[in-house]
Structure formats: structure tokens, C-alpha cells
Design a protein around this ligand. Sequence first.
Ligand SMILES: [Zn+2]
Length: 109
Amino acid sequence: MHMHKLADLPDLVLAETLAELLREAGIPARCVNDPATRAAPRSEATTVYLDNASDAPAAAPVLAEFKREVVALSEAVPCPWCGESIPVGVAGCWSCGRSALGLGRASGF
Ligand SMILES: [Zn+2]
């Protein structure tokens, strides 16, 4: 089985919510704590994986809608790398996967 990494979420609740939405859409998905991101401060970042990489195109609109809702409900900042809006506290950008540490702090840009 080839699992496909879909997105990094800032906490387990969000990750499980996304995985449930995907399963409701008929897409097998699961959330897994990612050791690479768990080291981040105040983070229990959780990665959502698809069981099948071939489901990625079907999962994209589900993920997009989920992101819109989360961003609408929380304070969000643009990723410095790709410009995606990501909630404050996300350890890694859920679009490009690069580290977003420090985004929650005041910065001059
Ligand atoms: Zn990014």
C-alpha cells in the first residue's frame, strides 16, 4: 500500500475532522502523528494520509473546502514560501509542507 501525504494539520482534532470528511466522501484516509513535526513547540501536528495516492485528485476539493472553513474560523497568516493561508500555530505549511514556525509571532513583513 502506498500512502499519500495529503496535509499537515495543527492539531489532532482538525486532522481527525479532515480524515472523517474524506471518508464520508468515499476516500480512505487516516491521520498519523508525524515525528518530523512533533518536535515543534506547542505542536501536536498531525498529518493526514490517503490510503491510495490515486485518490489525491478526489481529495483535493475536500481539502480545499476544509481549509476554507478552518481559515474562516481562525486567525490565519500567509505562508512565507507559497502564500497559502494557514492558521496560526501550524507547524508546517499544509500546502507546500515547508516549516511555518515563527509565523505566529509579530514580524515586520
Ligand atoms: Zn506554503
